[in-house]
Every structure is written in C-alpha cells, then in structure tokens.
Design a protein around this ligand. Structure first.
Ligand SMILES: [Fe+2]
Length: 468
C-alpha cells in the first residue's frame, strides 16, 4: 500500500489548466485562485538532495470558476533549475545540500547563505506583480495566469540583506507589507521593512541587533508592534567561512538550549525596541496571530521543544517512512510590554504544523487557528484542525489514507465573521492522487474536493486571490 511518501517524490509532469473533477458541492461564492509554492523535484543526475527544503520550486494553481476547478503547475525556471535539470548538477547549494567547491567558491558564497534563486517557499503580490519567495533575497516573478517564470525581480530600494523572511505579512488596515531582512556582520541585524501598498520600494522602519545570529522564519505584527521571537537556534556564520567548517546552512545551525528564547518588541511608529522578554527555550517556524491584551502582547505560535524538527525534515528521514518530529504545540505566550518573563499556555497540544488564520483579524483578537495535525503512526500530517483560541475546543477533518497541506481560510464576500471556506491540498496516498479540499469554515465539514490528475508533492505555503 502506498503511504505519505509518494508526496516526497519528484513531480514528472506540469499541468496546464487541467480539469479537476469536482465531487460534492462547491460554495457558489468561491471564485478565484489558490496559488501555492513548494519543492517539486528532489534529484539531480540521479542523486537525491539532502533536505526537503532544497527541492526545486514548483508553483501550483487551483483556479475555481463557475463551479469548475482547474490545475496548473509549473516549475520555476531559475538558475538553480537550469543547473539541476539541464546540467545535472547540484546548483548553488542550498539549505541542506552542499554544492562542494574549494575555498574560493566558499568565500564567494560565503557572505551566507548561498544565494540560490530557487524560490520555493511562498508567494507574494507586490504592486500587481506575483513573486515566488524564499529565505534569501532573490525574488522570482511569474505570470499568475500561466505560472510561466518572468524572471528575477528586484525591489526598487537599496535594502541589502543576506537573508530574507519568506513570511511577509500584510497589514489589513493599510495594505502595507511588512517583512524582515537579515544582515550578518560583527552582529546580526534584523531590519524591519515596510512596503506601502501599490509600491515596490521598502523603507527600513527599525533594526534589531543581536550579538549571535539566530534563524528566524516568521514574525508577528500588531497595529502598534512587530514581535520577533529569538529562538536559540544559532547560525555559525563564521564557521561557514572557515575551510573545514560546516558545508551547508543546515550544518551551521546550532541548538543552544542553555540560552533562553527572547521576544523582542519593536514599535511600528518609532522603530525602537520597546520591550524584550525571555521564555524557556523553544523553536518555532511559524507564528499564528498576535494582539494586545492590556499591558501585554499575546503571541500565538506553533512551538517545538527543540530544533530537531529542522534536521528531521531531511529527505532521507522523510523517505524512511516516519515523520518523526512534525509535532508542534499551538502556544500562546503573554509578553509583558514592560519586559521580564513571558508566560505561556498551550492552546492545542501535539502534532501541529503550518498554522493560519483569518488575515482580516491580523493583530487583533481572533477566534480560530487552522493547522495541519499528525495523528498516525508514521507522524505524517493526516488531519486538519481548527483550534478555538477562546474555548480551546478543536474541530478535526480527516479521511483514511490522506495527508494534508497548509489550510488557507477564504472569507465569504459579504458573509459574517466566521463565514467562509478552508482550502487545503490533500494527498490520497492509496489513489496516488491529490485534491483540493474545500471545508465549510463554520462547521469544519467537507463541502467538496476537486481531484488533480496526479500527485502533487507536499508544498509549503500559499495564498488565495479572489481577483484571479
Ligand atoms: Fe514557512
């Protein structure tokens, strides 16, 4: 019997507006496109990559229109793609797969991390241009209709960075997009940037300096503050420069549990760091929402007790038949605005990953977090969960032999607060076929599924665009 591992095999086909058979009852109001990004090819010259995060970017689009659903997929045609596919080489070297090379190569790449253009993590619309994003500052533009690659794209500013956060957030009030750019030098600088709606030039609002660089994957935004969680997963930047030092970014990550985690709070208006609070060490990739509650900020994120999840997402581990540590808790940290210690409570325990929420509530009190949840023996995400952050009640969706991707909430136009749909790309491992799952957001019950003509490899992140 097939298992979740078919979702970690390379895609051998690109689909061009392929018809997806709809089963069930699509909401009549649902109209637009779910654009998603994630790795889709994992070998070069027959040699597998070392880490899931290194797979070649495969864009996917489920377009919902007039009760029908179509699927388009396209590999991003990047320098990395050409190296891997056309030259059978490993390309620039990425997160966990080294490119080898001598000292000169090492120094050339060294201002860290290797600046691949394999933008496989997320998508973002900037002033009408659709971009594929990754964790280094190389954005690749694509056509949202065909998913054809348009080419590398640059912001119209001089913000210079070694790493970029692939989880920019858009302020629902102003439409401005906020993000982090990281520079490594004597210290590590985490610049908070703001991109006004309709513009392509960012301004640096403020900077957080840390003596030791740490890996930051996402952050939180409220109407007044930016919150950066510093988990003690330290990047050995100088080691990457040293001959004989770590060969990849992954190898240069050092979990330091003797250090606390820290929440740094920056003021959106002044750019200053206005508060910092410590917590026992934890690791997080993904924030959910954050909002103010009196003299503290409540910061919700999916936390792991340590950073072993980063290693455990290596391809050999994932392909061994067990996803060992995709096992986060949804936690709420209370960060006092006058500093001190952050307290925490668990909103939902165990197996959680890829949290999302209704973006209209960003920075404000909110009710639901949607996430994937692992429940089976193999540890692969075989449920979707909705956590009520107030009552702590959970609602689950599952179907035998299926594995779920990041759930995306889509509000119903003109609907009430909780009205809408939750979309997820799900793999039916037995049928070796993926489908777009449409859940009713209110009941968390299945409304419809639209069958892709084949397997889509597991992806990372995506956004729904009602105007596509
Ligand atoms: Fe992410």
């Amino acid at each position: 019997m097939a298992d979740y591992r078919v979702g970690f095999a390379s895609a051998d086909t690109e689909f061009d507006a392929a018809d997806c058979r709809v089963e069930g009852d699509l909401p009549g109001w649902l109209d637009g496109a779910l654009l998603r990004n994630g790795p889709g090819k994992f070998e070069s010259g027959g040699e597998p990559f070392a880490h899931w995060f290194d797979g070649l970017a495969l864009l996917r689009k489920f377009a919902v229109r007039d009760g029908g659903v179509s699927l388009t997929t396209r590999f991003l045609r990047t320098e990395e793609y050409r190296e891997v596919v056309e030259s059978d080489r490993l390309g620039a070297g990425q997160f966990g797969t080294g490119a080898g090379g001598g000292l000169l190569d090492r120094v050339k790449r060294a201002v860290l991390p290797e600046t691949t253009d394999n933008a496989n993590v997320n998508v973002l619309r900037v002033d009408g241009t659709f971009l594929a994003l990754t964790e280094v500052p190389r954005q690749v533009a694509f056509d949202p209709a065909t998913l054809e690659t348009a080419g590398e794209w640059h912001f119209d500013d001089d913000v210079d960075a070694h790493m970029a956060c692939a989880h920019p957030v858009t302020d629902p009030e102003s439409g401005a997009t906020w993000n982090l750019s990281v520079r490594f030098g004597r210290t590590a600088d985490y610049a908070v940037t703001r991109l006004p709606a309709g513009e392509s030039s960012r301004e640096v609002v403020g900077t957080l300096d840390l003596e030791d660089p740490v890996y930051v994957h996402s952050f939180a935004l409220t109407p007044d503050h930016v919150v950066i969680a510093e988990c003690p997963l330290v990047v050995d930047v100088w080691g990457l420069l040293r001959p004989g030092g770590p060969d990849t970014f992954l190898d240069a990550l050092d979990w330091r549990p003797e250090r606390p985690a820290r929440f740094h709070v920056l003021s959106r208006s002044s750019g200053d760091v206005v508060a910092a609070a410590t917590a026992p060490p934890f690791f997080a990739f993904h924030h959910a929402n954050a909002f103010r509650d009196g003299d503290r900020l409540l910061v919700d994120l999916v936390a792991f007790d340590d950073a072993s999840v980063v290693d455990d997402l290596s391809l050999p581990d994932l392909r061994s038949g067990s996803v060992r540590t995709l096992d986060g808790d949804l936690r709420r940290y209370a960060v006092p605005l006058d500093g001190g210690r952050a307290s925490r409570e668990t909103l939902a325990a165990g197996g959680l990953s890829l949290p999302r929420f209704d973006e209209r509530r960003r920075g404000r009190p909110y009710r639901y977090v949607y996430a994937t949840r692992s429940g089976g023996e193999d540890g692969a995400p075989n449920h979707l969960v909705r956590v009520d952050t107030g009552s702590r009640e959970t609602a689950l969706w599952e179907a035998a032999g299926t594995f779920c991707g990041e759930p995306v909430f889509v509000p119903e136009p003109g609907g009430g607060a909780g009205d809408g749909a939750v979309l997820s790309v799900v793999l039916d491992a037995d049928r070796e076929q993926s489908f777009l799952l449409v859940l009713d957001a209110e009941s968390f019950e299945e409304r419809a599924r639209a069958w892709a003509p084949g397997v889509l490899p597991f992806d990372f992140h995506g956004q729904f665009y009602a105007d596509l």
